[in-house]
Structure formats: structure tokens, C-alpha cells
Design a protein around this ligand. Sequence first.
Ligand SMILES: Cc1ncc(C[n+]2csc(CCOP(=O)(O)OP(=O)(O)O)c2C)c(N)n1
Length: 514
Amino acid sequence: MNGAESLIRTALAAGVEVCFANPGTTEMPLVAALDAIPGMRSVLGLFEGVCTGAADGYARMADKPALTLLHLGPGFANGIANLHNARRARSPIVNVVGDHATWHRAADAPLTSDIVSLANPVSGWVREVKSATSLAADTAAAIAAAGHAPGKVATLIVPSDCQWSPAGDAAQPLAIAALPQATDSAITKSAELLRAHGANAVLFMGAQATRDRGLKAAARIAAKTGCRLMCETFPARIERGGALPFVEKLPYFPEQATESLAKSAAVILAGALAPVAFFGYPNLPSGLIPAGRATVTLAPPLEDAAIALEALADLIGAGREVAAPAAQRPARPIGKLDATTIGAAIAGLMPNNCIVMDEAATTGLPFFGASLGAPAHTYLALTGGAIGQGLPCATGAAVACPDRKVIAFQADGSGMYTVQALWTQAREKLDVTTLICNNRRYRILQVELARAGITEPGRTARSLTSLAEPEINWSAMATGMGVPAVRVETAETLCVELERALKERGPNLIEMLI
Ligand SMILES: Cc1ncc(C[n+]2csc(CCOP(=O)(O)OP(=O)(O)O)c2C)c(N)n1
């Protein structure tokens, strides 16, 4: 067995089953190993940002890492933005980055670069492999590092001679510790705060708190105390709809976020850090919790907030059974396409057990509220603000969950960063319905210009925020990559096409001209 084969066999032994790859010459022994050894699904992405974003989506849904296979420093660099988003989502990912043969590095060949320096800012664990014989153990260490709570991006840099040289056996998987538990004192303090403030408290949730188990415990607490339930503005993953309680989302703009939190006298943090503004603005603070609000951390994101919520529910004597909220779906929208009618169409038609990846930016805002009473579904958001995550993340989620319909709710400007994901969806026949919000602009930046007091942007500011000249033809692009597509211009036709698209299996795209 050579080093490359020992890497793949070690990964398989640890339960890693998928590799999102964009290989080059320095990864050829690994490509050959993927061919020779059955069991690893190898998925080609036509840009490394697709591979890393897909690995993020896969990890969020599968709760385990996929491999990415990337080509030296430049290949890795192309994937960094979505690794940044994955780091914010605390997604476990194992990047395997090929490098020049150890003895060839000194030659400073064209593709030579400092991969460690590129990897460090987005990785929680980085290792340069020194020999073929250590590669199996290095791989097991990378997988354990990625999976160790909270999930991490682990980057393994593998010189090509370490791949092709003879190696020993595959390594056994290393044990991964369970999430640490919240402390008794944190649970007691949270109970005291709830007793003191009742309906005037807000439970602010992230990480494990926004999964099924955490939300069911949160529902018990809310039923007992009347407290508000709220999640982070950009949750990595939240289960919603069906029997789960209604959870508000913290608004994006800092003024609105602070105003919303100001309605409560106390904040309990469950799996979430105290929220901060996305950007600094003149005369606005970084922290969003208004002064004078009592704040307690029940469990930080790296502890098991779901179990902590259960303990808290028991401690305050919350009942075991909570009535499911009434199902409510918006009426079928009519008229022009805008954020409200689009949100209503998706919320009204989305099937039970679907996954919604929301990178719809300004057009997406009403959807979250409109879909509170929808059938059970999973909602994924852009965690790190680096746009171009939606289409790859939806792709990875579909690989992880082949039996679930994935809806990629996607803004046009953001979608253009990693549009190649559509080709991977077509090639892999993934069950993704993409809804493109074609507003032909970077609307959020136009809003930010207005917020900065620039009410009449000049020619340059207009040009730097417009996608209108030339207009992008998304349905032509999608069709060109093998994804069938239609264009719609009214809410009525959107509903008809969405119903059809959701009934089909395999990828399709609806371009919504707004
Ligand atoms: C990697 C990266 N580059 C640039 C930006 C800055 N940026 C934020 S939003 C945005 C445009 C968003 O436009 P679009 O996706 O079309 O959504 P809309 O605002 O029109 O709803 C840009 C360029 C960013 N956040 N991330």
C-alpha cells in the first residue's frame, strides 16, 4: 500500500465517505487511490470554493466530515472564503491539500507557495505530512481534530512523494470525546433569571440548541415561563416547522436587533455567544444586547446546549408535553414578484422534511417569518458573511441527504461567485431546486449606501452595485451546465413552476425576475 492508499483507507475506517475534489498533478496518487479503493464517493467541483462550500453543507447535515481534495496553495486559496464560512458554522471538514514532493520544494517551481500560512486563519488544525509511513496516523489525527467539538476545519498538507511512497497499514479511528456538559451553576443561574423575569426573558439560541432536542426543551421552557425564543441571525442549522416551537430570528441591522432585544429584560445564551453587530457603524456599539439587560450563559457553543436546556426545563418544573403550534401557511401569492410574494410562495409550497439553504440576501428577509408554521424542515444560513456559499452548501446538503428535497434560495450576485455548483448538481443528479432572485443588483450595498447617507449615488457607485449591464441570463447559464431552468415574472407563475419543480427529482432552477 502506498501513502495515498493508506490515507483513503484510514478515512474510510473512520466513516468518512465523501470527497469533494478538484485535483491536480500533485494529487495523482490520491486520485488513483480513490479509483482503486471502493467506498469513497468522489465528487468533482469545478472551482475549489464549490468543494469547500459543499463540504460545509455536507458536514452541517451529516454531522461528520467529508474530505476536500485541493491542489497546492492556489487551489486551497480558491476555497478559503467558504472555509471561513465553515469555520463560523463550526463544521467538521478535512482538507487534503497536495503539495510538491518534499525534495522538489527547494526548486521553487511555479506552484510552490506557503500553504501553512494560507491554511492557518481558516483551520483549527494544520499539519504538514513528513513521510508516507506517518500519513495514515496523520489522517486519523486530522479526522479526530475535525470532529472534536466544536467542529473544526482540519488541513492536512500531503507532499506528492508521501502519497506515492510505500506506507504501512491504515490507521484505526481515534476516539472523539462527546460535547462537554454545561455546569450546574450555569443551569441554576439561568433558572434564577427565568424565575425573576419570566416572559420578560429571551432564550437566545445557537449550535445544539437549534436542533430538534434543544428546541423541544426550549418549547417546554417557553410554555412554562412565557419567555421568548430567538436564534442567531445566521444559524448554521436550525430545525423548524412541524411540531417545533416558533423561534424568532435576531434582525440583521444593529438598530433593529438592539430594539428587538430591548423588549426583554434578561437574556439567556444557549449554544450562542452574545450577539454582535455584523459591521461597525458610526455611533453604534458592537454588542447588540442593550445596557442593563441581565445576561447569563447557560451553555457556550462548545458545550451541549440541548442537554443544558433539558436540565433547565426540569429544574424550573416545566411540563413534559407541549402542544405543537398551529400549522399555518401563507395564502398562495398573486401579483408581482417581490420579497414578500416570493417568501409566501416558498413557505406555502415547501414539502415536509425539506432543507432550505438561504443565501437570498435582501429578497430572503420575509421568508423566515412566513415559514414559521410550515411543515418540518431544516434551515441553513450563510454563517460567515463570505458570499458564494449558498449553491455549494445546498450541493453538499443534497449529497448528505439524498432522500430530502433541497431548496437553494439564492441571491443572484452571491450566486455568481460559485455558480459552477450547478454543474456538480447536474453531474451528481442531486435533488436541488434552486430559486434565483434575479434583481440585477447588489441591493444590500445600495441599502448600505443609503444608510451611510449617500442618497444620490454617483455613476461609479451605481455601476459598482448594479448587475444590469449586461444582464445575467441565469436560465441560460443553468441549462448550459445541465440543469433544466425556467424564468418567471409573476407570483402566479412562480407557484405553478415551483409546484412542478418540487415534484421532479434531480436538479432544476427557477429564475425569478424581480
Ligand atoms: C466574499 C465576499 N465578497 C464581497 C462581499 C460584499 N458583499 C456583501 S453583499 C454583496 C452583494 C449581494 O448582492 P446579492 O447577492 O445580489 O443580494 P442582494 O443584496 O441583491 O439581495 C457583496 C458584494 C462579501 N460579503 N463577501
